[in-house]
Design a protein. Structure first.
Length: 101
C-alpha cells in the first residue's frame, strides 16, 4: 500500500457570495523552506471546495511523495504551486518511474 500524506490547506473567500474551487489531482504542493530536506507532495484526487462568503475553510487533502530522494514531511509548511503532474498513474512507484527515479 502506498504511504499517503495528509495536507492541511486553508482556502479563503474574500467575496460576498459563496465560491467553489477545485484542488486538482496532480497539483504539486512544495515545501515552503527551500533548504528543507523534506518531500514536496502531489494531490492524489480532485477536491471541490465551497467557501462561504468572507470565510476561510480548512481542507484536508490526500497526497503522495513527489521527490524520492528527499525525506518524509512532518508538519512542514508548504505552498500550493500552479504546477500539476499530468501522468497516467497515481501509484507511488509508477509516479517515481515516470519522473525517472
Amino acid at each position: 500500500m502506498d504511504k499517503k500524506i495528509i495536507v492541511e490547506i486553508e482556502v479563503r473567500n474574500r467575496r460576498d457570495w459563496p465560491v467553489s474551487k477545485i484542488i486538482p489531482r496532480g497539483r504539486i504542493i512544495e515545501v515552503a523552506d527551500p533548504t528543507s530536506t523534506a518531500q514536496h507532495a502531489m494531490v492524489v484526487r480532485d477536491y471541490v471546495v465551497t467557501i462561504p462568503p468572507n470565510k476561510t475553510v480548512t481542507v484536508y487533502v490526500e497526497a503522495m511523495c513527489f521527490i524520492k530522494r528527499k525525506s518524509w514531511p512532518h508538519g512542514e509548511a508548504g505552498n500550493i504551486t500552479p504546477y500539476s503532474f499530468q501522468g497516467a498513474s497515481i501509484d507511488q512507484n509508477d509516479l517515481w518511474n515516470q519522473l525517472g527515479y
